[in-house]
Every structure is written in structure tokens, then in C-alpha cells.
Write a protein that binds this ligand. Structure first.
Ligand code: 4NP
Length: 164
């Protein structure tokens, strides 16, 4: 999950997708980074922490880091929060950029619409709730897309049906 500073949008996206993956029984490792690196080492923005905490997600232990080209070696998917961020990812990654891995987060919700998650830096708290909702809906779409049908999870019910 990548934004500009790695303190407002992408820490929320990391927390939300990691939380939903755990709940869905998916063994995913979700992380985040920023293309600027200006806030390296900082905690998520207080409003991001607050809106996440209100939903039962603790993002307080995250620390900002800068996106690097090698992230294309370590991650299966790289989601940019906005088009400017996707451009910056392309610039940082250079020949490691892989268009099959990188894309806009909201395209998981509205394919090819190329919508941005707005940058909430200096915005009031209400905007952080909106950002949370947009990210959450996209993460729900991701979980649905990558969750595979597992017949084993229905075995108990079938045993009851077959009187076993
Ligand atoms: P983020 O928000 O990219 O969602 O973490 C921002 C954080 C910091 C700045 C801009 C956006 N900044 O200009 O320092």
C-alpha cells in the first residue's frame, strides 16, 4: 500500500487490508510505504490512528518508510493510492517497475476508472472517515477477488448431512 508520505492513507490501507485478511483466514503480509520519504520513521497521522481505532484496528505501531525499487521483488501486489503516487513508484522503480503488480487501489473497486483516494493531509477529521470508507470498500473487493473457494471448510456441515 503506497501513498506520498506513508502517514495518512497507506497506513490505513495497510491496517485495513491486514485486518480483513486475518479475518478471512488469508496468510497475507501487508505493508506500506511512501514515495516521498519526508516523514520517514514517523507514526501514522493522529486522525488516521483515530479512525482506525474506532473500527478496532490499531495502526499506532506502524512507522513511515520510503518506497524502494526492491519492493517489486518482495511483494506480489503494489497498490498506489493515487495517480501521482503511481507515477512516483514508476520513477523510483525504473526497470524493476512491473505493471502486472502495480496499480491504483480504487481500480479494484471501479476497474479502469483511475480514481484517486484524495490526499487528506491538512484536511479535517471528516475527510479521514471518507478516506477510510473508500479504502475499506476497495479492500473488501480485494479479499473477495483473491479468496478461493475451499471445500474443506464445508466438511463439518456435510458430515452432519450424511449423518457421520
Ligand atoms: P499521505 O498524506 O500521502 O496520505 O501520507 C500526506 C502526508 C504528508 C504530505 C502530503 C501528503 N506532505 O506533504 O508532507
Amino acid at each position: 500500500m503506497v501513498c506520498l508520505g506513508n502517514i495518512c492513507r497507506s497506513p490505513l490501507a495497510e491496517g485495513i487490508l491486514q485486518h480483513k485478511a486475518w479475518k478471512a483466514g488469508l496468510n497475507w503480509s501487508v505493508e506500506s510505504a511512501g514515495t516521498s520519504g519526508f516523514q520517514k520513521g514517523e507514526s501514522p497521522h493522529p486522525f488516521s490512528q483515530k479512525v482506525a481505532r474506532e473500527k478496532g484496528i490499531d495502526i499506532s505501531r506502524q512507522r513511515a518508510r520510503k518506497f524502494e525499487a526492491g519492493d517489486f521483488d518482495h511483494y506480489d501486489k503494489i497498490y498506489a493510492m493515487s495517480e501521482d503516487v503511481l507515477e512516483a513508484i514508476r520513477h523510483i522503480a525504473k526497470n524493476k517497475f512491473d505493471s502486472s503488480k502495480a496499480g491504483l487501489l480504487l481500480n479494484e473497486l471501479n476497474a479502469a476508472k483511475n480514481l484517486d483516494i484524495p490526499d487528506p493531509w491538512h484536511a479535517p477529521e471528516a475527510i479521514y472517515h471518507l478516506v477510510y470508507k473508500m479504502i475499506e470498500e476497495a479492500c473488501d473487493a480485494i479479499i473477495k477477488k483473491y479468496s478461493t473457494f475451499n471445500p474443506d471448510s464445508y466438511q463439518d456441515q456435510f458430515s452432519i448431512l450424511n449423518n457421520k
